[in-house]
Design a protein around this ligand. Structure first.
Ligand code: ATP
Ligand code: MG
Length: 358
């Protein structure tokens, strides 16, 4: 039996509810014949932990995580705790220390989900956005000067390195090379306005393209690209973008395939030197926390992405099939999808389908 060690970080708010259902789904898959075994370690890190200890995660947290096979995270955030505390105290250290330089977000319309784009179905909406996750615009290099005077100003630098740009582009090209006919890659840029880092980025797109000559490449300005996500999403297969542009594009991507309750994400260390981390795009949603009505679809889909990453493709397929059957039937879906089911009922319905499929 294959066995994996999984770090569970449910975090705050609805993160706790949705991870519970995701784990239930994984447990059900593990119980199928010829299944796998998961060894879980649960960490109570997050904003509650911060309010008690002054830290988002334990001092030795990164060390405690470094040998697990995957990290499964709910959400962190709490009213009264500034976003930058949760970001810089937990998410960014994990993403950076473990060189999770790929942020992978499928923009795929699941069966049973209605896109807000009129007339768009699953056949039009099926691509992947790869966001550079370790450098770029989110550098924290910069500062504020002359505050309180007429000369008040702020400066922030973006950092693009050969190493960082080449590795994300190679990952994107290698994905585009495997899927799609024709093989297509779209790279986001803004080299008309940002005249140092973006021409640098474009130059490396053209360079790595030489390694993958079969992949048709479009370098598209971010403003136009955002519009195309809405007006012609069917032209995309793989979209690759810098940290900031990817951040914005992936929220747009989430919106066109059904919104916050649906969208999953994976922070991948492709070299497998360190664990990768799987987390829903949504946050802790304090407005619905504790009500038991959060949609666990995103978290369950993340569990599927985790299984894919672990090489458990057959089980990932069963999970995705079960999830889509529940969404398609629409009897046991949460209020955000127009239903009346609770988070727990939705999770149990998915588990029931898995048992029938397995
Ligand atoms: P955080 O500060 O942790 O990011 P947030 O207030 O920004 O939390 P998000 O989780 O990012 O909240 O989502 C915004 C809104 O979308 C929520 O307030 C909630 O109403 C809705 N939402 C998010 N996730 C879900 C979900 N899984 N199920 C149902 N509704 C959701
Ligand atoms: Mg948020």
């Amino acid at each position: 039996m294959r066995s994996y060690s999984i770090a569970l970080i449910p975090g705050d708010g609805i993160g706790i509810d949705v991870i519970k259902e995701g784990k239930k789904v994984l447990d059900t898959l593990c119980s199928l014949d010829g299944g796998i075994k998961m060894d879980y370690r649960t960490f109570d890190w997050g904003c509650e932990y911060y309010l008690k200890t002054g830290r988002m995660m334990s001092e030795t947290g990164l060390d405690e995580l470094k040998d697990v096979d995957s990290i499964y995270l709910g959400a962190v955030g709490y009213p009264g705790v500034p976003d930058h505390v949760s970001l810089w105290g937990l998410l960014l250290p994990i993403r950076r220390k473990f060189e999770q330089y790929i942020n992978l977000r499928p923009v795929k319309l699941l069966r049973g989900i209605q896109s807000p784009l009129a007339g768009r179905t699953a056949e039009h909406l099926d691509f992947t956005v790869i966001r550079e996750n370790n450098e770029g615009e989110y550098s924290s290099i910069g500062g504020r000067m002359y505050e309180g005077t007429e000369m008040d100003l702020a400066i922030q630098s973006a950092v693009f390195t050969k190493h960082g740009v080449e590795r994300v582009l190679r990952y994107a090209y290698s994905m585009a090379n495997k899927i799609g006919k024709p093989k297509r890659l779209t790279a986001a840029t803004k080299s008309n306005g940002i005249n140092h880092t973006m021409p640098f980025w474009d130059e490396y797109v053209r360079k790595i393209n030489l390694e993958y000559p079969e992949v048709e490449t479009e370098i598209t300005h971010i403003d136009a690209l955002a519009a195309f996500f809405v007006t012609k999403p069917d032209v995309f297969d793989v979209v690759v973008a810098s940290n900031l542009f990817g951040d914005i594009l992936t929220d747009l991507g989430a919106a066109i395939v059904g919104g916050m309750g649906i969208a999953p994400s994976a922070n991948i260390n492709p070299d497998r030197k360190f664990p990768s981390m799987f987390e829903p795009v949504h946050g802790s949603a304090p407005d619905i926390a504790g009500k038991g009505i959060a949609n666990p679809t995103a978290a369950i889909w993340c569990a599927g992405m985790m299984l894919e990453h672990l090489g458990e493709h057959a089980l990932a397929n069963i999970l995705m099939e079960a999830l889509q059957q529940v969404l398609e039937e629409g009897r046991m879906v949460t209020p955000d999808l127009g239903g009346t089911a609770t988070t727990v009922q939705f999770g149990e319905e998915v588990c029931g389908k898995i048992k029938r499929l397995g």
